[in-house]
Design a protein around this ligand. Structure first.
Ligand code: 13P
Ligand code: SF4
Length: 334
């Protein structure tokens, strides 16, 4: 196969089975490529530790969107999943946005296909649509405001109490916000495959074994887990809480990638990944964990695979994201 043919395949398949010279110091190579190409690496907390360590910015979905909107770099390398890289492209169409593995999707985003959602929305013409950022550009284009787990409550509370609202796609986050705000938003029946896995029974047993431990949970978790949590928040909020709080031990009910920063920021504290209800006791996100240092190196070197999108969808999807960014500035979430 010619190099051109191989690179053309990367556009659809990503860097599958490509061997990288094992003698290369990938940290050094990636650093060189960053300089050479004026590139920035934005990483989510669910990435593997090496990727977090090489990133220029690590954050939750709001922080990543804000950073993508303001970057001066020519190339944005997104160490995260597709909807995050797509959001960066929506906000920054003139930049090259690279996602090291195009197959890094999101079960929550997949649970809300635009044609089905459009039919649902059409049945409720008097409702305003708030969509969690974990959705495709097609869903964003059908929405009035985007939110993340760190600003969802404030965004809902900024609307008149009698405003009818559809909340999509996460029923768990939506249910949590309904409870916090006393609203009764109509919820799309979507969920995250990682956050739905936590076992109430195993967490309860773990709490009995570690009575000093506090349970930190992401609002994508199901209601029974949220009910027993000591703190609920976005990844950044959970991280900040674990640093500022005085407890010595925490059970963490979100994807395990976050433990790397928690442990780095509070080396004397103990962080235990909350046990899921599966045989392998694994709560890694299979999409997030598709990214590797090798793929990041190759993606930066060949500037592939690149996020591309229809301009009409991009413009329609940008409006509700801009609204979220404006509201977040008003709330002081910068
Ligand atoms: P946040 O980092 O915004 O809390 O989102 C978590 C998540 O599931 C991202 O996919
Ligand atoms: Fe999607 Fe869940 Fe993975 Fe986040 S952790 S990317 S919501 S599947």
């Amino acid at each position: 196969m010619t190099v051109d043919n191989a690179l053309a395949q990367v556009e659809t398949n990503g860097f599958v089975d490509v061997l990288v010279d094992p003698s290369l110091d990938l940290f050094e190579e990636i650093r060189k490529l960053k300089k050479e190409k004026n590139a920035v690496i934005l990483a989510h907390y669910y990435q593997e530790p090496d990727i977090q360590d090489i990133a220029d910015y690590i954050g939750d979905s709001l922080g990543l969107a804000q950073n993508a909107a303001g970057t001066e770099a020519d190339m944005i390398v997104f160490a995260g999943v597709h909807f995050m890289a797509e959001t960066a492209k929506i906000l920054n169409p003139s930049k090259k946005v690279i996602l090291p593995d195009l197959k890094a999707g999101c079960s929550l985003s997949d649970s809300c296909p635009p044609p089905l959602f459009k039919a649902f929305k059409d049945k409720h013409p008097d409702h305003l649509v708030i969509s969690y950022i974990n959705c495709s550009s097609g869903i964003k284009a059908l929405s009035d405001i985007i939110c993340t787990s760190s600003n969802a409550q404030q965004i809902v509370e900024s609307l008149p109490v009698d405003q009818k609202i559809i909340f999509a796609p996460d029923k768990n986050l939506g249910g949590y916000i309904n409870k916090k705000t006393g609203r009764s938003m109509l919820l799309w029946n979507g969920a995250c495959m990682v956050h739905e896995l936590f076992s109430l029974e195993k967490i309860t047993r773990l709490k009995l074994r570690h009575p000093e431990a506090k349970l930190l949970a992401h609002p994508e978790c199901e209601e029974p887990i949220l009910r027993i949590a000591d703190f609920i928040g976005s990844t950044t909020q959970i991280l900040k809480y674990s640093q500022a709080d005085t407890a010595s031990t925490y059970i963490v009910a979100t994807e395990t990638g976050i433990l790397h920063q928690m442990q780095k920021n509070a080396p004397n504290k103990t962080f235990i990944a909350a046990p899921p209800d599966n045989a392998c006791a694994c709560n890694d996100c299979p999409h997030m964990k598709l990214n590797t240092l090798e793929k990041i190196y190759l993606a930066m070197k060949y500037e592939l695979p690149e996020i591309k999108m229809d301009e009409n969808i991009r413009l329609a999807a940008k409006k509700p994201i801009d609204r979220m960014l404006k509201l977040s500035r008003q709330f002081g979430l910068v």
